[in-house]
Write a protein that binds this ligand. Sequence first.
Ligand SMILES: NC(=O)c1ccc[n+]([C@@H]2O[C@H](COP(=O)([O-])OP(=O)(O)OC[C@H]3O[C@@H](n4cnc5c(N)ncnc54)[C@H](OP(=O)(O)O)[C@@H]3O)[C@@H](O)[C@H]2O)c1
Length: 225
Amino acid sequence: MNIAILGTGSVGQTLAEKFISQGHTVIIGTRNVEDTLAKTGPTSFSEWQSKNTAAHLKTFNEATKEAEIIVNALNGNATLTVFQALDAANLEKKIVIDLSNPLDFSKGFPPSLLEGLNNTNSLGEAIQQIHPLAHVVKTLNTMWCGFMLAPNLIQGGSHINFLCGNDQKSKETVAQLLITFGWTNETLLDLGDITNARGTEGYLLLWTRIYAATKNGAFNLQLVK
Ligand SMILES: NC(=O)c1ccc[n+]([C@@H]2O[C@H](COP(=O)([O-])OP(=O)(O)OC[C@H]3O[C@@H](n4cnc5c(N)ncnc54)[C@H](OP(=O)(O)O)[C@@H]3O)[C@@H](O)[C@H]2O)c1
């Protein structure tokens, strides 16, 4: 499949490596290709790409053109601005896997949720509203990125990943993709439509506090009944 990943950060890179290893074509989206490649240093995108030469880098809009699936791995603050600028035609009838979180670090740590994107709204819903013909599926945003693609790293993989979105078929397609990462029908929990992103994004208020208290982000949720 042709997969566009919007986001050059550690999450975008981690996902790109996985998709490439599975034989997918990956195009990563950025604001300005030359600027991004000009940055150097051990954690720079260019350093990462020198070891992952199969990943193509294009502008956000160019990246989405040929994509069959689009992954939103953008900073939460930037997500809506970027999506507002994307050509609607590039997203029509396409799955958008949204794993961003609307975190506001302007007052330090722990973050709050961005104004207007909490409680009665969410980033997932806002993306869906900007692109009504896209099929937004919110998932993977409730855990450290190391677990997204390798749930088996803890508890034999028996911890929870939520999904929500308005289109059932798209959720099933995303679930099949997640199963190739090690998630199972038992560990994937479909919460319903995209308004449920309020719950999974809101969980970050607790996630960040557990992280602060335990000094360890390598944890996830199990449902115990
Ligand atoms: N880290 C984790 O384990 C984890 C787990 C779950 C969910 N998430 C979520 O995953 C997302 C990505 O996280 P990350 O740490 O990989 O990356 P990040 O640093 O949060 O975001 C990097 C991306 O955001 C873009 N960006 C930043 N400011 C922008 C602006 N003003 N206008 C347009 N684009 C802008 C950058 O564009 P350029 O390429 O042009 O620089 C870059 O592509 C976040 O929403 C985060 O909450 C992270």
